[in-house]
Design a protein around this ligand. Structure first.
Ligand SMILES: [Zn+2]
Length: 145
């Protein structure tokens, strides 16, 4: 059985925390630098493992902003208190998938400093949703409204 790694992260003030479980080492997790204006503005480096799982805990439902833009197919979870961008989440019924900002991980330095730039400009909403269900991490959100 492959040992699992537990990656923990939180926003600066601690209102939002996540626990990401993956069999992959940091160097074997794909780390992406999405070139959309939101991700560039945050300097986000994101990772996901479709074979892993993540739990995102919100200590106070009022502390999370679910920012939506463009096709509005995902919620970008930003802390209302400290402004840290934690994760983007696609929710479909009872299922959810997330991509995680490794900059908020305790061991963020273990991940590539200069991840590969990626652009999804050519996708329509359906392609975007299909990609996220395939590439993002199965997720649970706890403590939100
Ligand atoms: Zn915060």
């Amino acid at each position: 059985m492959t040992p699992e790694h537990i990656y923990r992260g939180q926003c600066h003030c601690g209102a939002i925390a996540l626990e990401f479980v993956s069999a992959r080492e940091p160097e074997h997790l794909a780390v992406r630098a999405c070139q959309c204006r939101f991700c560039r503005a945050h300097g986000a480096r994101t990772t996901a493992d479709p074979a892993g799982r993540v739990t995102i805990r919100i200590a106070d439902p009022g502390a999370v902003i679910r920012y939506r833009f463009a096709e509005k197919t995902a919620d970008f979870l930003v802390c209302r208190v400290c402004g840290v961008y934690m994760a983007a989440m696609l929710i479909d019924g009872d299922n959810a998938w997330a991509t995680l900002n490794v900059n908020c991980f305790e061991n963020a330095d273990a991940f590539p400093k200069n991840p590969a730039p990626v652009s999804y400009d050519g996708e329509d909403a359906a392609a975007r949703i299909a990609r996220r269900k395939t590439k993002w991490t199965p997720a649970r959100l706890i403590g939100a409204d």
